[in-house]
Design a protein around this ligand. Structure first.
Ligand code: URA
Ligand code: CA
Length: 433
């Protein structure tokens, strides 16, 4: 058996690992035998040298089986999970989970917290007063059998390899590596017990994959490795060159999700949820094709079935379901301040990461895992790419309880909204379906 140091050496020199070496790395890291500094060295070697198809599949499988795997077989039907590669103001899970459940596809989902400039579903849910994301596994399964939907925190004993590796990648500049992202996402989904997976692969300034070619390659590899591990994977390439919807920040995004479930949400968020939701209904075998699925989703919004499922879900997890009808029960910030355009022009695009960082400065995100976030903090964008603005028009409204953060957020937001002299077309929401 090779030593850990020998295995790192192989990747450093551009060699190829066999399955046994990869299993050994993952097992040794999870057990604590391999310290963080050795894994950090291997991650950087893997980032620079790459992993081939077989190595990626072996890594994914070893990670998926590094802890407990969730057994969803007591829930009837095809269990479909959805995953986004991460973005700014991405509120889709909050909309999709109840929307899809209201159409008969059970949603039993484990989600993560926000790190860096991207938000996390758990933080958004916890901004609903009383909502708990920690349930014991049996209570969680019973809830999904009962009302068709549940979202909980990733538990420490499911895919512990990803938890430890992701934390290291986040601080060693090794996140945007195709094979490492594939291992991270697919291993979590396999360990989470879903039968089918719908992936929203983000492309653009607010995503890990900045170019369409990179995102397409990631989608292809996610689908291939998923299939190797027995999961049906559908991938959609969607735009993250501007934040999704208007809201960035936890309680603000819950409001936006409620609006969308009630049929008055932003056009881009609504459309993304209808397209991803349709794929989930087809994968879940409750609709014959995507057009039938789309009609079912539109009906669920129009009849109120979707927002009713949201109320049931919030109540089941201890939250105050009145927020569905009285969003003013959500936390609100003491200070709100508009950022206005300094000159007239057209919005030609965003630095979506910069928008995320402005929201973080206001208190909406965490720079370190142990940082607290302020549910009320964030911002509401008043403009989208393609809009015309005059000098003095509002670009965004900042929400915060820390007035001392406003100057930095204002500067970041102003720099993140690109104003040009010529009209710009809004970017396509979908790059490839
Ligand atoms: N999302 C994940 O879950 N893992 C990654 O590595 C990147 C995005
Ligand atoms: Ca949003």
């Amino acid at each position: 058996m090779r030593s850990i140091e020998e295995i790192i050496e192989i990747k450093r020199d551009g060699g190829v690992h066999d399955v046994a070496d990869i299993r050994r790395l993952v097992d040794a890291f999870v057990s604590g035998e391999m310290p963080d500094y050795q894994m950090a060295a291997w991650l950087m070697a893997a980032f620079i040298r790459g992993l081939d198809s077989d190595e990626t599949a072996a890594l994914t499988e070893a990670m998926a089986h590094s802890g407990r795997t969730v057994d969803l077989s007591s829930i009837p039907g095809v269990k479909v999970d959805k995953h986004s590669t991460g973005g700014v103001g991405d509120t889709t899970t909050l909309v999709l989970a109840p929307l899809v459940a209201s159409c008969g596809v059970p949603v039993a989902k484990m989600s993560g917290r926000g790190l860096g400039f991207t938000g996390g579903t758990l933080d958004k849910l916890e901004s609903i007063p009383g909502f708990t994301v920690v349930l014991d596994p049996d209570a969680f399964l019973a809830q999904v059998r009962d009302i068709g939907v549940g979202v909980i925190a990733q538990s420490a004993d499911v895919d512990p390899a990803d938890k430890k590796m992701y934390a290291l990648r986040d601080v060693t500049a090794t996140v945007p590596s195709l094979p490492l992202i594939v291992g991270s996402i697919i291993s979590k989904k396999v360990a989470g017990g879903a039968d089918a997976i719908v992936l929203d692969v983000k492309v653009g300034s607010g995503a890990f994959m900045k170019s369409e070619d990179d995102a397409r390659a990631l989608a292809a590899e996610l689908t291939r490795v998923g299939a190797l591990l027995g999961k049906e994977v559908t991938a959609v390439l969607t735009d993250m060159d501007q934040p999704l919807g208007h809201a960035v920040g936890n309680a603000l995004e819950v409001r936006e999700a409620i609006d969308t479930l009630a049929g008055r949400g932003p056009a881009d968020l609504t459309e993304l949820c209808l397209v991803l939701g349709a794929k989930m209904l087809v994968a879940g075998r409750v609709a014959a094709d995507e057009s039938e699925a789309r009609s079912a989703l539109e009906d669920a919004i129009a009849t109120g079935a979707a927002i009713e499922k949201f109320r049931q879900w919030v109540a089941a997890q201890g939250g105050d379901a009145r927020v569905a009808d009285e969003p003013e029960l959500l936390a609100t910030a003491t200070f709100t301040e508009a950022v206005v355009a300094e000159h007239a022009g057209w919005v030609t695009g965003f630095d979506a990461e910069g928008v995320g960082r402005a929201a973080m400065a206001l208190g909406a995100g965490r720079a370190r895992q142990e940082d607290a976030i302020d549910p009320a903090a964030g911002l509401l964008l008043a403009v989208k790419t393609g809009d015309r603005v005059e000098a003095g028009d509002t670009l965004a409204v900042l929400h915060t309880n820390m007035p001392e953060s406003i100057a930095e957020a204002r500067e970041r937001l102003s720099a993140a909204v690109r104003l040009g002299d010529a009209p710009a077309a809004p970017p396509p929401l979908f790059h490839e379906v």
